[in-house]
Write a protein that binds this ligand. Structure first.
Ligand code: ASP
Length: 310
């Protein structure tokens, strides 16, 4: 039995456009981050698995309208919502992922079902919906995902060719993807990530979040990682797996490897964002190269952090 267990979560790297963050809004963000962290931590405390914990934490974030995942997912170019999610079990290296999902309240749970109830790792679009129907998932109608703020974000750019990261009313760099990583009492680790992607995205654009090794990865030998940031760069940098590789092949610690990737390697190719990471000893690292990252963490030594800025 492991002596330390821990959880870390994020609600996206970056910050809101200046002037948009009020003390009330900041308190709401922190409250929802804390609720998600506590949900995951309670699962670990009861002796359940890291996979259970990361799913429980991400479900809370998906149900919050504040983050770009589940209920708060941003609008695509055609005014719909297309969500991506993934989950990975560091003990077995099993993984499940879904992309271009519409109408599913908790895409992370569908990703987990792909992992545990199908022969596959990654299901997309109509096929993923068929799979969900076979498991009697309830499909929410579009009104469940409607949010005035998100809709206004989209209206501003719908007639242009541009797409935008979360929370912009003018250009800014707030990413709203959510994720969780956890180390359980047995020293098993897991990671989960969920997103609505980018406002006004088209052509079936898929980011790093559902991609094993890019936006999400877990392996007991090294680390569990969930990323947030400019997905195209995180895919090209194979960011989550790169952190694991630096630990495995260069003998770096969790913190050294996570910082090397976020403050050096991903910057060199132009990527901005951050990640959360745990290893099987329950250590946590949460680096970001943006102004802030919505994040929270808690371990069984009683250390707690709930922060937005650097
Ligand atoms: N990485 C996500 C994507 O590119 C965006 C985010 O982190 O909010 O889809």
């Amino acid at each position: 039995m492991n002596n330390k267990f821990s959880i870390a979560i994020h609600g996206g790297a970056g910050t809101l456009v200046k002037g948009m963050m009020t003390p009330e809004l900041e308190a709401r963000y922190k409250n929802d981050l804390q609720t998600a962290m506590n949900a995951g931590y309670a699962v670990l405390e009861q002796g359940q698995s890291a996979v259970e914990a990361v799913e429980a934490a991400v479900v809370v974030l998906e149900n919050s309208p504040l983050f770009n995942a589940g209920k708060g997912a941003v609008f695509t170019a055609t005014g719909t919502h297309e969500m991506d999610a993934s989950i990975m079990d560091g003990k077995s290296l099993n993984a499940g992922a879904v992309s271009l999902i519409t109408g599913i309240k908790n895409p992370v749970s569908l990703a987990r079902d792909v992992m545990e109830k199908s022969e596959h790792v990654f299901l997309a679009g109509d096929g993923a919906h068929e799979f969900a129907k076979g498991l009697n998932y309830k499909f929410e109608d579009a009104s469940y995902f409607y949010d005035e703020f998100r809709h206004n974000q989209w209206l501003e750019i719908r007639d242009t060719d541009s797409f935008q990261l979360d929370h912009s009313t003018k250009k800014d760099s707030k990413f709203g993807t959510v994720g969780a990583v956890a180390c359980d009492k047995d020293g098993n680790i897991a990671a989960a990530t969920s997103t609505g992607g980018m406002t006004n995205k088209k052509w079936g654009r898929v980011g790093d979040s559902p991609m094993v090794g890019a936006g999400n990865y877990a392996n007991n030998k090294t680390c569990a990682i969930s990323c947030t940031g400019s997905g195209e760069f995180f895919i090209r940098g194979v960011v989550a797996y790169d952190v694991a590789c630096l630990m495995e092949h260069k003998g770096m610690s969790l913190d050294e490897a996570a910082n090397e990737v976020i403050h050096k390697r991903i910057l060199e190719i132009g990527g901005d964002g951050g990640l959360i990471a745990v290893d099987s000893k329950g250590n946590i690292s949460m680096p970001f190269n943006t102004e802030g990252m919505y994040r929270a963490s808690k371990n069984s030594n009683g250390e707690v952090e709930v922060s937005i800025y650097g």
